[in-house]
Design a protein around this ligand. Structure first.
Ligand SMILES: *Cc1c(COP(=O)(O)O)cnc(C)c1O
Length: 341
């Protein structure tokens, strides 16, 4: 039985890439770490590999870089999350480009003919050198990362610090700073943008000036539909009691699939364009919804996310960010690329 499907709308992904390129005027380093934010790295990177606007990919670690190569990716692959001695062999074998953000990373590359990018911490307080300048002919790129792209003043400070650092580097091929939200600053001296979320169709800020379109649909099967009487408990812990005779739907999608338990009694799924409330506790494999007033039958599909309701509003209901929900979509969810007609 097909119980849950994540549909990846190819045409929308392509539209979003072109929109990011149009808005920024720069080519894109597509961030596909963590299985392309849980969407499916093979499916996503295969679409992106064919697009002129995408110059390179970025992942978190060497293993993810190897996986991308094994998906047939030929473009440049950046390893964002640091390297240690045990990575060197794979970097060479799979032609991966590390980002250096700690003196120990650099030691690992001693006497190796491996190009790399250098990362600066201009206010993120995570990875990156704060002021050390790396004089090395192998430096191919210099990057930094915004900590709070919604904060104009702080982001402008980061831009300024980064610009100062760059005075020490000449002729680097890749200068990159802007992530999805950071795109709004249209930093004049960067050569590339380094974007994930916006490619996948989620807007990272309200009043986002880019016309990115939702590119994902997530649907799951109704594995049972039945009538419950008034005053009847639903699911573990009896956190919901029916107020009237209720048409109960059991959806084959639970917290093991990525729908977090905090959404119990707090949000809704969608059946034929109608909101159907989640009732009772979400369980590992199943979620209950109130289908009263619909014609829903066992075997029908309900949507968790679609073009009208993306991961961002769902995340808001859960008190989190869309990244976290997407990354937690389990491998039990089938990935299906909907091809451009
Ligand atoms: C994940 C990540 C990005 C992409 O961020 P989005 O908000 O998804 O565009 C860019 N740069 C770094 C360093 C990252 O870790």
């Amino acid at each position: 039985m097909r119980r849950a499907v994540l549909e990846i709308l190819e045409e929308r992904i392509i539209h979003n890439v072109k929109e990011i390129h149009r808005f920024s005027g720069k080519r894109i380093i597509a961030v596909v770490k963590a299985n392309a934010y849980g969407i499916g790295v093979r499916e996503v990177s295969t679409i992106l590999e064919g697009l002129e606007e995408v110059d390179a990919f970025a992942v978190a670690c060497t293993q993810e870089g190897v996986e991308l190569r094994e998906c047939g990716i030929k473009k440049k692959i950046l390893i964002l999350g640091g390297i240690l001695e045990e990575d060197v062999k794979l970097l060479e074998e799979y032609d991966l480009t590390p980002v250096i953000s700690d003196p120990e990373h650099l030691k690992v590359l001693k006497d190796r003919n491996i190009k790399f990018h250098v990362k600066y911490d201009t206010g993120m307080g995570r990875l990156g050198f704060t002021n050390e300048i790396i004089k090395d002919p192998r430096v191919e790129g210099v990057m930094s990362h915004f900590s709070s792209p919604a904060d104009r003043n702080f982001s402008k400070l980061q831009i300024k610090r980064f610009e100062e650092i760059l005075k020490n580097y000449e002729k680097v091929k890749y200068i990159h700073l802007e992530s999805s939200a950071g795109l709004i600053y249209r930093v004049p001296f960067t050569t590339h943008v380094r974007v994930g979320l916006a490619i996948y169709g989620e807007k990272p800020l309200k009043d986002y000036p880019l016309e990115v379109k939702p590119a994902l649909r997530l649907r799951a099967r109704l594995i049972s539909v039945k009538e419950l009487p008034e005053n009847y408990p639903v699911s573990y812990g009896r956190t919901y009691i029916t107020k009237r005779k209720t048409k109960l739907g059991v959806v084959a999608f639970g917290y093991a699939d990525g729908l977090m338990k905090t959404l119990s009694n707090r949000s809704f799924l969608i059946f034929e364009g109608r909101k159907v409330p989640i009732i009772g506790n979400i369980t590992m494999d199943m979620t209950m919804v109130d289908l009263s007033g619909t014609e829903a039958r066992t075997g029908d599909w309900v949507y968790i996310v679609n073009e009208e309701r993306s991961f961002t509003p769902l995340a808001r209901d859960a008190g989190t960010i869309p990244y976290e929900i997407m990354c937690n979509l389990s491998r039990r969810v089938e990935r299906l690329v909907i091809k451009k007609r």
